[in-house]
Structures are given as C-alpha cells and as structure tokens.
Design a protein around this ligand. Sequence first.
Ligand SMILES: [Zn+2]
Length: 92
Amino acid sequence: MITAEQVKAAVEAAGITRIEHHDCGMCGYMTAYLVEDGKLYFDPGCDCRWAGAPEPRDWRDAADWINMQSQPDIKARLAKAFGIDLPPADAA
Ligand SMILES: [Zn+2]
C-alpha cells in the first residue's frame, strides 16, 4: 500500500509538477494532477464534466488512485508517474 505521505515525498523528491490522469471522453483533453508548493490539485482542464479550474485534492486521493489499480503493470506505471519505484512484489 502506498501512503499519502509516500506520494507527496516521492513527487517532491523527483520534482514532478504534472501527472497525467485520463483524457476527457468528450473532447480528448488530458486531465492531470498538478503539484504546486507541496500541494496537490486536479486539473479537469475542459468544462465537459466539471468546472475547468484546477481544484485542491488530498494526497490521499493520489495514493488511493495508485492503490486501487488491480493490474500490476498499470499500477507500477502510475506509481512511477508520481516518482515511486514500486517493487514488483508491492505491485502484485
Ligand atoms: Zn472535455
């Protein structure tokens, strides 16, 4: 299990400021998590489903997003996007 603290520490250590989430099913805009001054935001980007402005998110949300992945390769890739090198045993 990845913890919120782990995600925050890894992102900061790697200097990551943007983590792609998924493309909008309606317009194709790539939504993403943004990191600014140690805080996490979610950028819905377009106005198709939510208001377009980035909104604050808890680091817990990012950790949950990684933890909920059932496919090891996807989970590892996602963790990597946050700067976390997931040992194969943890990904399974
Ligand atoms: Zn859209």
